[in-house]
Write a protein that binds this ligand. Structure first.
Ligand SMILES: [Mn+2]
Length: 198
């Protein structure tokens, strides 16, 4: 097994609900062009790109006249598929990453295992119905959809915080820092698994 080079992924995904073009480069340098039609989601993806160091270009035209659900879900699916493509056979990566990140009074923990067992375990503990046009239920759904299509495990827990914008933003920053560690090249060519395969 050898490390994929360059570590990038490109996904075009069109359904009757959304039309998405997504390109990512794991080795950054965190350049980004993000237009999902949902300002708050753009803000969170901007944080994800900035703090993970992963360059993200994503453009989505979604059925926002219905609501935000299809757009949030499909952006997560496309991003996960691009991440999976960029990782290739996952040789040479650190595999695990974790972070605890504050944003003012809010504090979030994220832990990632890039082995290919998909699972998103998310507790954001939000009180508001929506933030910036994104339903709060769709924000936890974002992480679960990302983990499913990206084929990795992520645990995200907001440990404290009064302000829901702060809670979500600290969660995305924690996920970003955990991802930065997990995708980092370890200097070995093999996969970090006792099974010899991820
Ligand atoms: Mn903010």
């Amino acid at each position: 097994m050898t490390v994929k080079a360059p570590r990038n992924g490109s996904i075009s995904r069109t359904t009757r609900e959304t039309d998405i073009r997504c390109e990512i480069d794991l080795d950054g340098p965190g350049e980004r062009s993000i237009r999902t039609g949902l300002g708050f989601l753009d803000h969170m993806l901007d944080a994800l790109s900035t703090h993970s160091g992963v360059s993200i270009r994503i453009a989505c035209t979604g059925d926002l006249h219905v609501d935000d659900h299809h757009t949030v879900e499909d952006v997560a699916i496309a991003l996960g598929q691009a991440l999976d493509a960029a990782l290739g056979d996952r040789a040479g990566i650190a595999r695990f990453g974790w972070a605890i990140v504050p944003l003012d009074e809010a504090l979030s923990r994220a832990s990632i295992d890039l082995a290919t067992r998909a699972g998103g375990y998310v507790d954001l503990g939000l009180k508001r119905e929506a933030i910036g046009g994104v339903a709060c239920e769709n924000l936890s759904h974002f992480f679960r959809s990302l983990a499913a299509s990206g084929r990795f495990t992520i645990h995200v827990d907001v440990l404290k915080g009064e302000n829901d914008h702060h809670r979500v933003e600290s969660a995305f920053k924690a996920a970003a820092l955990a991802l930065r560690q997990a995708i980092a090249l370890s200097g070995t060519q093999g996969v970090p698994s006792t099974k010899g395969v991820l």
